[in-house]
Design a binder for this molecule. Sequence first.
Ligand code: ZN
Length: 498
Amino acid sequence: MTKIRELKTYFSDLKRLSYVYNLLNWDQRVYMPEGSNEGRSEIIAYISKLRHKRLISDKTKRLIKEAEKVDDLDLIDDAILREAKREYEKAVRVPPELVEELAKNATLSHNGWKKAREKNDFSLFEPWLTKMIDLQKKYADYIDMYPNRYDNLLDEYEPGATSDWLTNLFVSLKPKLSTILNKLMDSEDQPNRSILAKSYSPEKQWAFCRDIIKKLNFDFQIGRLDKSVHPFTISIASTDVRITSRIIEKFLPSCIFGTIHECGHALYEMGLMNEIHSTNLASGCSMGIHESQSRLWENIIGRSKEFWDFWYPKLQKYFPENLRDFPASEFYRAINKVEPSTIRVEADELTYSLHIILRFELEKLIFADKIEVNELPQLWNQKMEELLFLSPNNDAEGILQDVHWSGGAFGYFPSYALGNLYASQIYSTAQKEISGLSTHLSQGNYKPLLDYLRKNIHQFGKIYPPRELIKRVSGEKLNSRYFLEHLKDKFYPMYNIN
Ligand code: ZN
């Protein structure tokens, strides 16, 4: 038993190094003076190197070997060993020179991407994208846990996910989303969003969003809400979970839904059972499951009628000049309007997944060596036309819009679409198991739902892998049925479609 305890402590120390890294990172993105960037990046790189060195050390290998000899590990210890092995075995396969090259080039490539996007000139990013793809191919080939190269990257974000599995999910999803989208677009009863683009005082928006997340049970005793250019959630311990959001004065939904989204991530991190605090199990079980929690609160709850039954009168009090005479029913339609756009982050609940399918299809081609980098912008635009009937005005609105590829995060995008599917499947079970859920929600009582999520998902952290978790929660494998039902149930009545 002491053998597993030793391994547990060793990995807890590695976790603490990650928390140091996270704190430096949070400060860099929230408070640090701009001119301090270079010095800070050096410290962050050093911590990262230190952690990596310890991870791939002989000591790690020995501790894992010894722990493997222990019989009768309990659920938690067994998962600690599984995760330790998973992380170690991946890390030792990759030569340290490649790790360093990846980190170094990610920063340079990020700058290249920023410049290209500002100047709307793909050719400025092309050499960097080529480099990042090349390095990620090498990385995937070193990992070599799956015969299909791309699967090695997908597994980083969604353990066990393969491109065949995702292709199956998306192949059936794509035409069904298109059918729903076409019906909505053909409806003559289109919501009007102009009310959302009036001027809303930033201070009041911020205060309103704080009210909301307080009510959603975000614990300010162990959490913070700050401002940053791109909203994010980060843990500095299981008892220190921080989120950020942003305010756009003339677009009300940005702050409200961005804050609820990050709050959903934070509730997950705040809900881990004490026994796994600061262990290697102390975080979400996969990016897809994490994203399911943010999207459940943002879209399924935050954009529901029940939610606004409770919050709209309060919002009217905050902004009487805009909303005093504006009906709640129209506000609900405005925040839910479905409209194809070229930009992923602005996409609605329905078209969002189509943006992801586009990126997934391109990544598959890239890692199967079926496409050259210079062909990507053209193919991006062509797919956009197919899926969303739009073609970007320029590359800044097309292939240059996302940050992910510049940092080498290939295989990450599918998590967003998986999040939508997981969220609907989980919520459908919650509805069956929580009596009077809809009434609770319209009274602003989120405790029953949060308790349900804590009991079935949050507390476990990484104890169960994602596929096992979804089966335990819902009794079946992940599928797109619940998401499609959710979309139809919500949007057909809203658009007067029978
Ligand atoms: Zn998210």
